[in-house]
Each structure stands twice: as structure tokens, then as C-alpha cells.
Design a binder for this molecule. Structure first.
Ligand code: PHB
Length: 404
């Protein structure tokens, strides 16, 4: 058996403790074997921030609903793929299926890892519920894959329309040169120029780049009204915003817009006034005004503190997605009772699933298995002294424009 790293062991213990403390459900399926779910995620990136967020998102679900469904235990087995590494993701998916006998897979941070784990899911017929990887084209070849996060193209089309409506008619497109950046740029090109906007320049950033001074200079030189920027969660968005502000892009009247958080909401306060005015589209805003979001946020905060020695953190898109993945897993188990989890029946449950999420209403498209959800255009503002992404426009129930 693979030994748990100290980090994973700590995670496992804190999660197990949280489950033991927080759940107490009936015994109808107590004799049925547990449903085993393998979670593959890039736990180590950005100091573990996103990994801790998904763990607390899942624990918030358990706090509200317990860790059993109809008395049958749902067991989470966590594995860290270490970052953008398709080989690790493939190996972990195989090990989880062959050695740990998981019924379902979930997680995946990066698109290349999703492609690799997706091939294993397809060959083994194990449903894979995607939490983060945000490229549309991971789905078509993988019939047991379903998406609960977002795609960059899905976040881009409403953003491009909003830009045109608000008079931002010229833009430079700046994006990381791999799947989600390329799809974001393609979606931007068609929605923005199709609606009458002009893209004056296009700049591709190597995915492991963290020094943005040369790119900021290109933005300056383009003299456009806006810069459309895709930098992923581990791509150094904070360094980018600092470079942009130091170069005075805001003083030149250049609006920074991005089709997902260039800076995690929890890091906005560290950026201070430099964060003010950033525009980002997303499927979630902490300030989203719903009873379910208030409940989820409270449960996320307490689960996070319990798992992290009292530390505080606000929920973000990836945390909500992990919570929703638990919802979907519960529906799959509820539909199948005590027997082995049948992958085709699981996909039938997922296709066409509709539910209220802390982010708003969501649905899984029955044909593409992609997620249909509200896209919020948000601007960084101060709310009660804290910097927050505040919803300023909503596009209801947006389907990914590229999945088929
Ligand atoms: C991706 O590789 O699909 C990806 C990773 C991190 C993000 C967004 C997309 O923040």
C-alpha cells in the first residue's frame, strides 16, 4: 500500500475527525459496503490553498447532510497529483481504481491532468466528476466525465458582451498558452469581434511564466481600452496585477478583465487598493445573496477552521464546486441503494441533474454533461472594509459555447 505523505495523512485525519464529529445518520444501508470516491487534486499548488478549499467545501456538505446516504457510508480517498502532471494523474486514477477499488473519481485541477485521468475513466468506465479543469474539449471523448466547475469559454462569452455593452470596444487579449487560455481567447475572439469589438493585439504567455513585466509593457503599447487576461490559479495573478498597477495601466484608463479569478478572493486584501476595479467573470461570488449561500459560507468557514487549526478563509468557486460534487455523489448513491455503483446508471443520474447551489441554480446538460449556470460579472470593491468581488451583472443559465 502507498504510504500517505505527512501532508495527506494530516488532511485525512482532520477530515476523518470532522466527519466523525459532524455526522450521525441512519442505519438502513449500514451493512452495505461504503461507496468509495477517489479525489485527485493538485493539493500542493499555491501553498495548498485550493486543496484546503475543496476539503472544507466537501466537509461543509457533510456537516449539513452527513457522510452517509440512506445509511450507506461515502468514503473519500484523497490523492495529490502534485501539480500539472498528466503522468501522475493517470497513475493515481489507475491506482485508485485497481488497488483502492473506488466506485467514482472526482477532482482534477489542470486540463492536461483531466485529459490523462479522463482516458483512464473512459477505459475503466468510472465516472469522473471534474471540479476545476476548465477546458471544454476534455469532455467529448470521455463519456463518463461530467463537469461541475466551469469552462473559460463559458465565462468569456458573457464577459465579452458586457464589455461591449459598457463601451469597452477595443481590447488586447493576453492568455496562458495552453487549453483553457487558448479556448478563452478563441471564445473572446468570436464573441467580442462578432459583437463589433476590435482586438488590437494578442499575447500568449508560457504557462510556467511568473514574470509579467514584458507582458504589461505589451498591454501598455497596445493602447486598447481593456486587457482581456487569462492567468490560471497557480499562474501568479498577484504578481501580474502588481506589475500592471506599477506600470500605471489603471491611470491610462485600461480596464483589466478576466474570465475567472486572476486573484483568489482571499488574496484581494493583501493586494490592497491595487485590486480595486478588477473585473472578473465567475460562477460564484462570496457576497451572492441567497439563504443557501449564507448557510454554505458559514459551514465552510467552520469546517475550514476545524481542519486548519482555527485558520480563517472565505469560500471560493472551487470550494462551492466541491460541495456540489458531494451533492451529485449523494444523488448517485441515493439512486442506486446498496448494490455496486453502476457507472451507466450514475451517468443517467448526472445527465439532466438540476439543483440549487450556493452559486445559484445549476444544471448538468444531458447531452454534453457540462454544467449550465449563471455567469456573474464582478468588480472588486470594498464591502464592510473588505475587498470583495461584487456582482454587477448576471447572465442566467449559460451553457458552454464549445462543448458538444
Ligand atoms: C486548467 O488547467 O484547466 C485550469 C487550471 C487552473 C485554473 C483554471 C483552469 O485556475
Amino acid at each position: 500500500m502507498r504510504k500517505l505523505s505527512a501532508f495527506n495523512a494530516r488532511l485525512f485525519l482532520s477530515a476523518a475527525l470532522a466527519f466523525a464529529l459532524l455526522s450521525a445518520r441512519g442505519a438502513a444501508g449500514a451493512d452495505a459496503p461504503p461507496v468509495r470516491v477517489g479525489i485527485i487534486f493538485s493539493y500542493a499548488i499555491i501553498g495548498g490553498a485550493q486543496g484546503r478549499a475543496i476539503d472544507a467545501g466537501m466537509a461543509a456538505w457533510v456537516k449539513e447532510h452527513g457522510d452517509t446516504v440512506g445509511g450507506r457510508k461515502v468514503e473519500l480517498i484523497r490523492r495529490d497529483d502534485g501539480g500539472m502532471s498528466p503522468d501522475n494523474a493517470r497513475r493515481l486514477a489507475q491506482e485508485l481504481i485497481v488497488q483502492d477499488h473506488v466506485d467514482l473519481l472526482a477532482g482534477i485541477t489542470f486540463t492536461p491532468n483531466a485529459i490523462a485521468a479522463g482516458a483512464v475513466s473512459t477505459a475503466a468506465k468510472k465516472p469522473l466528476l471534474i471540479i476545476n479543469a476548465a477546458t471544454s474539449n476534455i469532455m467529448a471523448k470521455n463519456p463518463y466525465m461530467s463537469r461541475f466547475g466551469f469552462t473559460t469559454a463559458q465565462m468569456t462569452v458573457p464577459l465579452a458582451k458586457w464589455m461591449l455593452q459598457t463601451g469597452l470596444k477595443t481590447a488586447i487579449a493576453v492568455y496562458q498558452d495552453y487549453g483553457p487560455g487558448i479556448e478563452a481567447a478563441n471564445a473572446f475572439q468570436s464573441a467580442y469581434t462578432g459583437g463589433g469589438g476590435t482586438i488590437v493585439d494578442e499575447v500568449k504567455i508560457p504557462v510556467n511564466n511568473l514574470d509579467y513585466s514584458a507582458y504589461v509593457q505589451r498591454i501598455k503599447d497596445a493602447h486598447a481600452q481593456a486587457a482581456f487576461v487569462f492567468i490560471n490559479a497557480s499562474g501568479g495573478g498577484i504578481a501580474f496585477v502588481k506589475a500592471a498597477r506599477t506600470a500605471g495601466l489603471d491611470k491610462l484608463g485600461i480596464t483589466l478583465v478576466s474570465p475567472s479569478d486572476v486573484v483568489d478572493e482571499n488574496d484581494l486584501d493583501a493586494l490592497g487598493d491595487q485590486a480595486l476595479g478588477l473585473i472578473a467573470s465567475s460562477n460564484y461570488a462570496i457576497v451572492h445573496n441567497s439563504a443557501l449561500n449564507r448557510q454554505f459560507s458559514a459551514d465552510f468557514r467552520s469546517a475550514y477552521a476545524l481542519q486548519n487549526g482555527g485558520a480563517t478563509r472565505e469560500p471560493t468557486s472551487v470550494a462551492v464546486t466541491a460541495y456540489d460534487v458531494m451533492h451529485a455523489i449523494s444523488n448517485i448513491v441515493a439512486a442506486q441503494g446498496d448494490g455496486p455503483i453502476d457507472p451507466d446508471r450514475a451517468m443517467t443520474t448526472l445527465r439532466g441533474m438540476k439543483f440549487e447551489s450556493p452559486r445559484g441554480p445549476v444544471a448538468i446538460d444531458p447531452d454534453t454533461r457540462g454544467i449550465v449556470q449563471n455567469v456573474y460579472i464582478r468588480r472588486v470593491q470594498r464591502v464592510a472594509g473588505k475587498l470583495r468581488y461584487v456582482e454587477i451583472a448576471t447572465s442566467p443559465m449559460v451553457k458552454d459555447p464549445l462543448e458538444r
